[in-house]
Design a protein around this ligand. Structure first.
Ligand SMILES: *Cc1c(COP(=O)(O)O)cnc(C)c1O
Ligand SMILES: [Zn+2]
Length: 550
């Protein structure tokens, strides 16, 4: 491995030492690792073929002299998961989730911690200071414990207690600062200065940026496996990279990764970047929308999503702005409520329970697809940055469980069991008929209904079958497709409305078809609601269902 560390301000190239943080010529702290790309490119692909799928397979492009196998916890190599249900709901079939929850401590900070702690260990450091919105401190703590290093973890009091306890469990000293994250960083910095301890420098830490770029390498490899090679290059890139940001280190590193792949000729283009922030702390989004060259800090962040609470992004904004603008990307922000809703959708539709910060990226994705900025034909990778934490009360609300007491002594065990069972599900559930010829769409509608309440669901795969089923079962609600073989939805409706028993059953038409004015008037008065497929996310669908069933 041979590389230099080059100052982005004056261009001076120096040898790399993890503890030397400033450019020897101009004192800038913004420097980046530069490798001998042409040399590495010659053998890179052949070498990869025999290596396990984890972060260290890219060791020629990492700033560690001898990767220390004693420290590894299996970082990197997270799966790229196709989001089939989300894709159907949004009408955007090529959405992929880079599942960084599967890192050793549950967030993409594990890459950063694995490489940074390895470098510090190599440099003989035994004690360090880091300010964190939670996940950095958790991850550094885990790796520091393996490396025999002590971590002073400065966190804001907003960090969930569960996360703080995990930091303490690893043996780190937790210091809880009542104040903003930016204030927390100031205290940490001053503490480190007075004690002469090494302090993590966030996005200015070479090893952290270098670690994050492995996300780009993996995405390109995994997308190639899923979709085949790029048009003119061996590997493939998505059209979009979407990530929720706080300080923006992730996209800075990921972009460097794509740049290096392009420089080595493995990919032919770099994706558009969409960094997402929470409305209550969106200095980068706001500054970008105002066209500012430097970011206006947010002094008092106002969001529940503490992981994303960097109010003053400093120079990271300028760097990220260049990246976003260079390739028709966008900055976007979402409300806490939108993030929580996205968290529910992701869990209920894709089986992925992420922390609110990670869900923020998905809320951003929904917004950008709705706005037509991300196109239905685009391939999108969303970084699911982290953590299946126990869902917090304010996310889940009340009434999420049903409490059952096993009745007492007077009854026989058999009677007791029956009584308990009536408490599990006392009601007769509303009965919903889905008449829809596409199996995937039936499955999606069934899933949306099942995940939000209790319904008895019946399905038919064409109009004729559907009509028979409805006449036999007399459901409480019908969800009807229009374009179907044998008998289309219009004909089903005409027959239903002409018969007394079925004339009053409410109908929601769910269709992918653009209706002509005459078709619309044909439906008029016959149905209760019309839903466009590919736009199921708006909660209207469920609200309609619930309203019509009462
Ligand atoms: C750190 C973190 C972020 C923000 O990442 P940056 O790229 O550093 O802005 C987002 N989500 C989760 C879960 C994180 O831990
Ligand atoms: Zn310099």
């Amino acid at each position: 491995m041979s590389f230099v560390i080059k100052c982005i301000d004056c261009g001076y190239a120096a040898q790399y030492y993890p503890t030397s943080t400033n450019c020897p010529r101009c004192n800038s702290q913004w420097r980046e690792a530069v490798y001998e790309y042409d040399e590495i490119a010659k053998t890179f692909l052949t070498q990869l073929s025999s290596r396990p799928f984890n972060l260290w397979r890219y060791q020629e492009l990492l700033p560690i002299r001898n990767p220390n196998l004693m420290l590894t916890l299996g970082e990197g190599g997270s799966p790229l998961i196709r989001a089939i249900n989300l894709g159907m709901m949004l009408g955007c079939p090529n959405i992929y989730i880079k599942d960084e929850r599967q890192g050793p401590t549950g967030s993409f900070k594990d890459r950063q911690a694995a490489v940074t702690i390895a470098a510090l260990k190599e440099a003989g450091i035994t004690e360090m200071v880091a300010a964190s919105t939670g996940n950095v401190a958790i991850s550094y703590s885990a790796y520091a414990s393996r490396a025999g290093m002590k971590l002073w973890a400065f966190v804001t009091s907003l960090v969930p207690a569960m996360k703080m306890r995990e930091i303490a469990l690893y043996g780190s000293q937790v210091i809880k600062i009542t104040g903003s994250y930016d204030q927390c960083k100031q205290v940490a910095q001053e503490f480190a200065r007075q004690r002469g301890l090494y302090q993590d420098m966030g996005a200015r830490t070479t090893t952290s940026i270098e670690a994050m770029k492995t996300i780009a390498f993996e995405i390109a490899e995994q997308l190639t496996a899923a979709q085949g090679p790029g048009e003119t290059a061996p590997w493939r890139t998505p059209d979009w990279y979407v990530q929720a940001i706080s300080g923006g280190m992730g996209p800075l590193g990921v972009h460097k990764g794509f740049r290096e792949l392009q420089q080595m000729g493995f990919i032919d283009r770099i994706p558009a970047f969409a960094p997402i922030q929470a409305d209550g702390c969106s200095p980068m989004v706001d500054s970008w929308k105002k066209g500012l060259e430097t970011a206006e800090p947010v002094i008092s962040p106002n969001t529940h999503i503490e992981t994303l609470a960097t109010g003053d992004p400093g120079r990271s904004y300028q760097l990220l702005r260049k990246i976003v603008d260079s390739n028709n990307g966008v900055f976007e922000s979402v409300t806490d409520e939108e993030a929580f809703r996205a968290m529910h959708v992701l869990a209920k539709m894709e089986g992925i329970s992420a922390e609110p910060a990670a869900a923020t990226a998905f809320a951003g994705l929904f917004k950008l697809i709705r706005a037509g900025i991300i196109k239905s034909t685009d391939t999108v990778v969303v970084n699911c940055t982290g953590h299946t934490m126990p869902a917090e009360q304010y996310v889940l609300g009340d009434n999420w469980s049903r409490d059952v007491k096993f009745p007492s002594r007077d009854e026989t065990p058999q009677e007791g069991l029956l009584a308990a069972l009536t408490q599990v599900a006392p009601e007769r559930f509303p009965r919903v008929a889905i008449v829809e010829d596409t199996a995937e769409a039936r499955r999606l509608i069934r899933r949306i209904l099942q995940s939000q309440g209790n319904f008895t669901i019946m399905e038919a795969s064409n109009g004729r079958e559907g009509l028979e089923m409805i006449q036999r079962e007399l459901p409480d609600l019908i969800i009807l497709d229009l374009m179907m073989p044998e008998m289309d939805g219009f004909a089903v409706l005409d027959t239903l409305r002409s018969k007394q028993e079925t004339a009053a059953i409410p109908v929601i038409v769910a269709t992918a078809k653009e209706l002509t004015p005459s078709e619309k008037s044909r439906l008029g008065g016959q149905i209760q609601s019309l839903m466009q497929k590919g736009d199921f996310l708006n909660d209207e669908f469920l609200e309609e269902v619930k309203a019509l069933i009462k």
